[in-house]
Write a protein that binds this ligand. Structure first.
Ligand code: SF4
Length: 124
């Protein structure tokens, strides 16, 4: 993964929550798309990763971090790259969150929608 510019690294970046992430025992290929993956293959892989995130005990911490760090790649906290891109597009640069919890306060609804039945491909 590319390094984040220092100006974008959250001020309180701590990683202890990662030790509790369910992805630690999941297939890492689920969370990051291979080069040139598009269309239905990408949607299905993202949904599989999101299903892992949906029952992860640190999902909110993970999503909050990914928003504040502007993570460009992968599924984090149930948010795909496209989910985060939509969140980022709605934010003004000056309002960009950096402190812990601020990412969720700004994008909480989108974070919850990211693991909805529709998003997971299990809507009736
Ligand atoms: S929310 Fe998803 S990406 Fe984040 S730690 Fe949990 S399983 Fe891993």
């Amino acid at each position: 993964m590319p390094q984040q510019p220092l100006a974008q690294v959250p001020l309180d970046s701590k990683w202890h929550w990662q030790e509790l992430g369910l992805c630690r025992s999941a297939d890492p290929l689920l969370f990051f798309h291979p080069q040139n993956e598009r269309g239905s293959s990408r949607i299905r892989r993202d949904q599989s990763a999101k299903r892992v995130c949906a029952s992860c005990p640190v999902r909110l911490e993970c999503a909050d971090y990914a928003i504040r760090a502007r993570e460009p790649y992968g599924v984090w906290g149930g948010l795909s790259e496209d989910d985060r891109e939509q969140i980022f597009r709605r934010m003004q640069a000056r309002d960009f969150p950096r402190t812990a919890g601020a990412g969720l306060r700004i994008a909480g609804q989108a974070v919850n929608q990211a693991i909805s039945e529709h998003s997971l491909g299990i809507a009736g």
